[in-house]
Design a protein around this ligand. Structure first.
Ligand SMILES: NC(=O)C1=CN([C@@H]2O[C@H](COP(=O)(O)OP(=O)(O)OC[C@H]3O[C@@H](n4cnc5c(N)ncnc54)[C@H](O)[C@@H]3O)[C@@H](O)[C@H]2O)C=CC1
Ligand SMILES: O=C(O)C1=N[C@H](C(=O)O)C[C@H](O)C1
Length: 269
């Protein structure tokens, strides 16, 4: 019997799913024990390594998440909001750590994770990279140090396939800026200005989303005042940074008490 945690990857054929499978199989601290895709997907029933165009990995892609989770200690889930809510319940049933990278979740979907978190460890973050989680801390500090003479705008850019906006990372950065200022983001967020918007409102936090080509993920937090500007920037050039963070979270979650955590907890920032 090995103590190396067994990991299931949901959304196995996706951009992040495939990156996660490579990251887990290359790690000597974790074992790939399952790969899940949606019902009807043409990878179901195939070896996941072969489906990715490589050597067999001895793991067959399934559309039965509970059967896969029952053999695992952790589930790493970068899929879609409805799927993630369903997986949270099943991961709790199987007592697996559930690492959630999925973005675009509504407040109701986030609230729906709470019953699962009474039985299992959930680590959820809109961005699993070390760099962005450091940027979140810096954003909070800079926002706390400056007054409302500095207008805050969060600008993000992603590939043409991304379905949600603003990005999960942009929202994390906006929340951090709002927290630094001691306000609620919901009260001050300006999302996607268009038309005769009127002059910018003092104290508001703006969000802007660029979509194009194969941009992995870029985030700027702009603090603009009369006469000067500060720009905090993170540029992701490789999805491996998200996969490495997610695997770190899955390993960190082993032995933690049930509840909801984020990458700040995992990274000790
Ligand atoms: N937190 C982070 O660090 C990061 C988060 N993301 C987020 O991860 C999510 C996925 O991103 P990508 O991999 O680029 O998307 P993608 O569209 O390439 O992959 C999503 C996969 O999930 C699968 N899926 C959807 N519903 C499913 C279900 N019910 N059961 C099983 N599989 C299901 C799809 O078939 C697809 O293969 C997005 O929400 C994205 O914003 C992406 C990168 C980093
Ligand atoms: O969809 C993506 O690709 C990414 N999504 C996350 C987000 O919404 O912030 C993280 C990263 O920027 C890539």
């Amino acid at each position: 019997m090995t103590h190396i945690p067994g990991i299931v990857i949901t959304g196995a054929s996706g951009r992040m799913g495939q990156m996660l499978i490579r990251t887990v199989t290359e790690s000597d601290q974790a074992r790939l024990v399952g790969a899940v895709e949606r019902a009807g997907h043409d990878w179901i029933g195939r070896d996941v390594g072969e489906a990715m165009g490589g050597q067999p990995l001895g793991v067959t892609v399934t559309d039965d998440p509970l059967e896969a989770f029952a053999k695992a200690q952790a589930v790493i889930d970068f899929t879609a909001p409805e799927a993630t809510v369903e997986f949270a319940g099943l991961a709790a049933q199987a007592r697996c750590v559930h690492v959630i990278g999925t973005t675009g979740m509504s407040d109701a979907q986030i609230a729906a994770l709470e019953p699962a978190a009474r039985h299992s460890v959930i680590v959820r973050a809109g961005n699993m990279s070390l760099g962005v989680n450091l940027l979140v801390q810096l954003t909070k500090k800079v926002a706390a140090a400056l007054d409302e003479d500095f207008d805050i705008e969060v600008i993000e850019a992603h590939h043409r396939h991304k379905v949600d906006a603003p990005s999960g990372t942009a929202l994390m950065l906006g929340e951090a800026a709002a927290e630094g200022r001691g306000v609620q983001l919901a009260d001050v967020a300006d999302r996607g200005r268009d038309g005769i918007t009127g002059a910018r409102e003092r104290g508001h936090i703006g969000f802007h989303a660029i979509r194009g080509g194969d941009i992995v993920g870029e985030h700027d937090v702009l603090f603009a005042a009369p006469g000067e500007r500060i720009v905090l920037r993170h540029v992701a050039t490789d999805r491996a940074i998200f996969a490495r963070g997610a695997l770190k979270a899955a390993l960190w979650g082993q032995g933690q008490k049930p509840g909801q955590y984020d990458m700040v907890d995992v990274l000790g920032l």
